[in-house]
Design a protein around this ligand. Structure first.
Ligand code: C5P
Length: 250
């Protein structure tokens, strides 16, 4: 692996790394393990964290996660857990045994408290991330789901609850970072999907920002899927995003 560029990490946050690659999470949203393995090989030493979500988890993605972790990669299990406390607790225990780097839990207070208590009880090192409101949701989608308020208010409320529950970080839109940092303080990681380099299609994401703008806004890490996956040269696409991150950190 080439030496890490020497850039000071943003001092306003708790994320400790001088290497801009560590801030890039690639969402392995592809239909087969073989494809995911190809993408990991193509982007090795450029991408800091590989995210395995629902699409792969049910077809061997958890074994892939174990292989990647054994090989020294960081792995984000984006399983977005939400269940009764007992089930959440046992889920967190099992993910801790795998040794995943990150795990998502929907930011409901009881679920978050159960997850943090289980992590402490088992001595796990997986960082627990609360999903505030999915970045594909806008106010109209919230209303359709039965919520009376606005996205930004619900996100702020859940962020405060995540902090008081002892969660390690939050998934949120890059547009929300500036509002959330004062709520969660310096040590809670703010991780942002909804990233679109200039010129790429938004798809179903409704609240998007470029990689550089997201980092400048104070995101600790960014999650990128389709802008890398759909590029014929994925390594080049990931490298360009790392360069944007690096420039934004200067
Ligand atoms: O392809 P795209 O860059 O939109 O992928 C974004 C990734 O981030 C997807 O894997 C999606 O599931 C995930 N995500 C999100 N919004 C959240 C939480 C996770 O888009 N609030």
């Amino acid at each position: 692996m080439p030496p890490a560029p020497n850039h000071a990490a943003k001092s306003s946050t708790g994320f400790q790394s001088n290497d801009p690659r560590d801030r890039l999470i690639l969402a392995l949203d592809v239909p087969t393990i073989a494809e995911a393995e190809t993408i990991v090989a193509e982007t090795k030493n450029v991408v800091g964290v590989y995210k395995i979500g629902h699409q792969l988890a049910f077809i061997g993605g958890l074994h892939l996660a174990e292989r990647l972790l054994d090989a020294g990669q960081k792995v984000f299990l984006d399983l977005k857990l939400l269940d009764i406390d007992n089930t959440i607790a046992h889920g967190v225990e099992s993910v801790s045994k795998i040794g995943a780097t990150y795990l998502t839990i929907h930011a409901y207070p009881k679920a978050m408290r159960a997850a943090v208590a289980a992590k402490q009880a088992c001595g796990g090192s997986t960082s627990l991330l609360g999903v505030t409101v999915l970045t594909s949701m806008d106010d109209a989608d919230l209303a359709e789901a039965g919520y009376a308020g606005r996205v930004r208010d619900l996100v702020a409320m859940r962020a405060g609850q995540a902090r008081s529950s002892g969660m390690d970080g939050l998934i949120c839109s890059p547009e929300e970072v500036a509002n959330l940092r004062p709520i969660v303080g310096p040590d809670v990681l703010l991780i942002t999907p909804g990233i679109r380099p200039a010129g790429s299609a938004a798809g179903d994401q409704k609240r998007v920002m470029t990689p550089a703008d997201a980092i400048r806004a104070g995101s600790d890490l960014i999650v990128v899927g389709r802008p890398i996956l759909a590029n014929p040269d994925r390594r080049a696409a990931a490298t360009a995003i790392v360069a944007e991150i690096e420039a934004a950190l200067r």
